[in-house]
Design a protein around this ligand. Structure first.
Ligand code: IPM
Ligand code: MG
Length: 370
């Protein structure tokens, strides 16, 4: 199969983890005879430096011409002082909005080998496997007005607004995903306080009869935050609005041991998707080659599955990550549990790529003896 991928490394560790993603793509090409044409473009702070804007027209065009896009991370202290409309994060929010990517899938799955890396007890995190479906193009992030008011600008306003259609789009996606999994949908809101949440509940209840085999429950966001910690195995699919999803997904990442492990997909109705790790640009470790590339590499797996329909290829990437972790390989963020030395980004990537090769046990381990 021939596919074109827009590659937007962005800032900080974005470029470093993207190198890992590209190596994995090459390995999949070799292994399965596909051709992935890569088109690089700038986003975030690096785009501000090169083009004076965090989301250049060329970048959007590159995405529109491609079958999918991979994104590293945006932001960093270098751009803290730029005007708010020009902040690197605006590039990320802008690309999601401009491409209409309303459904953000954030799977949270603990790897057997990492149960000890979580700050929570192994019996709580073992076997956790759920997916957060976060609405991505509406709510507090985009509602108008958003401004400072008053003589001395002593009032600040943000607006949590949703149109019914926007909620329907993401809730339908969540129902579809739940139908293909353990058939349990938890809709998270704050309906005891917020009008938008009451409409959210209405939409979920109206759609539920179309999916009779999916069990639906409503949970208030504060209760959901608690339940994620004391009973994470309760969840299968969580659907929630933009800001709640942002917060809950960072919280949930700790179940897996590290934010560096989590991939994400931002989807719309057609096959196009934008794939990025949930973690940010990590300025504290940027440039040191220490970042965990697995969240980015698992995002590649999501791209293969959701945008290209390459199930087997996606499975093989996930299996390679699992095998590498089982062998004891750890980057610094997963530290404390290392069985061997703490690996750098490139070393971890090389191990995954090695596992993607046919007869990898022979090429990787026995080769030294042959
Ligand atoms: C995320 C990030 C972004 C968000 C930031 C960088 C704007 O935290 O993708 O979760 O809030 O959506
Ligand atoms: Mg976030």
């Amino acid at each position: 199969m021939k596919k074109q991928v827009a590659v937007l490394p962005g800032d900080g560790i974005g470029q470093e983890v993207m190198n890992g993603a590209l190596e994995v793509l090459r390995a999949i090409e070799d292994q399965y005879g596909h051709q992935f044409k890569v088109v690089q473009a700038d986003i975030g702070g690096v785009a501000i430096d090169h083009h004076g804007t965090p989301l250049p027209k060329e970048t959007l065009e590159a995405c529109k011409r491609s079958d999918a896009a991979l994104l590293g991370a945006v932001g960093g202290p270098k751009w803290n002082e730029v005007p708010v409309e020009l902040r690197p994060e605006k590039g990320l929010l802008g690309i999601r909005k401009e491409l209409g990517l309303f459904g953000n899938l954030r799977p949270v799955k603990t790897f057997e080998a990492l149960v000890d890396a979580s700050p929570l007890k192994p019996n709580v995190v073992e076997g956790v496997d759920f997916i957060i479906v976060r609405e991505l193009t509406g709510g507090l992030y985009f509602g108008e007005p958003r401004e400072r008011r008053g003589k001395n600008k002593e009032v600040a306003v943000d607006t949590l607004q949703y149109e019914k259609k926007e909620i329907e789009n993401v809730v339908r996606k969540a129902f579809e995903i739940a139908s293909g999994r353990r058939k349990k949908l938890t809709s998270v809101d704050k309906a005891n306080v917020l009008e938008s949440s009451r409409m959210w509940r209405e939409v979920v209840d109206q759609m539920a009869p179309e999916y009779p085999d999916v069990e639906v429950e409503h949970l208030l966001v504060d209760a959901a935050a608690m339940k994620l910690i004391y009973q994470p195995k309760h969840f299968d699919v969580i659907v929630t609005e933009n800001m709640f999803g942002d917060i809950l997904s960072d919280e949930a990442s700790m179940l897996t041991g590290s934010l560096g492990m989590l991939p994400s997909a931002s989807l719309r109705e057609d096959d196009f998707g934008l794939y990025e790790p949930v973690h940010g640009s990590a300025p504290d470790i940027a440039g040191k080659g220490q970042a965990n590339p697995l969240g980015m590499i698992l995002s590649v797996a999501m791209m293969l599955r959701h945008s290209f329909g390459m199930e087997e290829e996606a499975d093989s990437v996930e299996a390679a990550v699992e095998a590498v972790l089982s062998s004891g390989a750890r980057t610094g963020d997963l530290s404390g549990q290392e069985i061997g030395p703490v690996l750098k980004t490139k070393e971890m990537t090389d191990l995954v790529v090695e596992h993607l090769k046919p007869n990898h046990a022979i090429s990787g381990i026995l080769a030294a003896y042959l």
